[in-house]
Design a binder for this molecule. Structure first.
Ligand SMILES: Nc1ncnc2c1ncn2[C@@H]1O[C@H](COP(=O)(O)OP(=O)(O)OP(=O)(O)O)[C@@H](O)[C@H]1O
Ligand SMILES: [Mg+2]
Length: 259
């Protein structure tokens, strides 16, 4: 029996908290462990696309075409240099989709419907959301089984989380009853600072068991990897960032019954 993929929306409307880095790095380590993964780039910035080394000038189609119904997911997705790791690429014109979709039927369910028609089999699909709570993010949440929230261990980290929670509740009530907040990941953690520890304590107090035990440290190698178009697993597998994402991958597998 072939299982349906687990669809995970990586969401936090706060910018620069590690959504794209987590999408790329977690996907890559899971693929190295034998899973087949699709990363859906829902951000017009295209950071997951470029971070996975995909050249946007040679595409058969992009997320924009998929959402507007002009290209199928299977035709638009490309395999990255890590075999088994695929990406549905985003280009800057995706910014326009948010406006163009407004007048379309089932505008919140476009991604869900298109992913259901995808014929290639994946174990998991990670959706990298843009830093907003607009129609693109809503499409991601509506298509997902679960939400994963990276939280940067810095001042103001918890600001906006209640707004995110109420948005998740709205999506659950109107579009996707089965949606769950599966996990929260602390990122860019600097264990030398008191502040990081305080934010960590607050996150665990608020989210309890949903908080991943693995903490992603601040690591220069993680910030360098995207400019080489490589996941950290390939760029510097012995770096602290790679080790943390491998550990996160093991925890993710256990939580999802892959072991
Ligand atoms: N653990 C880390 N240590 C150091 N730098 C990191 C770490 N994680 C991410 N970065 C860097 O921080 C920046 C923001 O990370 P990233 O792009 O993953 O965040 P994001 O939430 O996807 O941002 P956006 O909201 O703009 O989409 C990037 O330059 C990235 O390379
Ligand atoms: Mg991003």
């Amino acid at each position: 029996m072939v299982n349906d993929p687990v669809i995970v929306s990586i969401t936090n409307q706060k910018g620069g908290v590690g959504k794209s880095t987590t999408a790329i790095s977690l996907a890559a380590t899971l693929v190295t462990g034998g899973l087949q993964i699709l990363v859906v780039d829902l951000d017009p910035q295209g950071n997951a696309t470029s971070g996975l080394g995909v050249d946007r000038s040679h595409l058969n189609g992009s997320m924009y075409d998929v959402l507007l119904g002009d290209t199928e997911v299977d035709a638009a997705m490309v395999e990255t240099s890590t075999p088994g790791l695929w990406v549905l690429p985003a280009t800057i014109d995706l910014a326009g989709a948010e406006i163009e979709l407004v007048s379309r039927m089932s505008r919140e369910l476009r991604l869900k419907n298109e992913l259901q028609r995808c014929e290639r089999r994946f174990d998991a699909i990670f959706i990298d959301s843009p830093p907003s709570l607009g129609l693109l993010t809503i499409n991601g949440m509506a298509a997902a089984d679960e939400i994963l929230v990276p939280i940067q261990a810095e001042y103001y980290a918890l600001e906006g989380l209640s707004q995110l929670m109420s948005n998740i509740d709205r999506v659950k009530a109107h579009l996707n009853m089965g949606l769950t907040l599966e996990g929260v990941i602390l990122t860019m953690y600097d264990n030398r600072t008191r502040l990081a520890k305080d934010v960590g304590d607050q996150v665990r107090a608020y989210f309890g068991d949903r908080t991943y035990r693995t903490i992603v440290p601040r690591s220069v190698r993680l910030s360098e990897a995207p400019s080489y178009g490589e996941p950290i697993e390939a760029y510097d597998p012995m770096s602290r960032g790679a080790i943390a994402y491998r550990e996160l991958g093991r925890e993710w597998r256990r939580r999802h019954g892959f072991d």
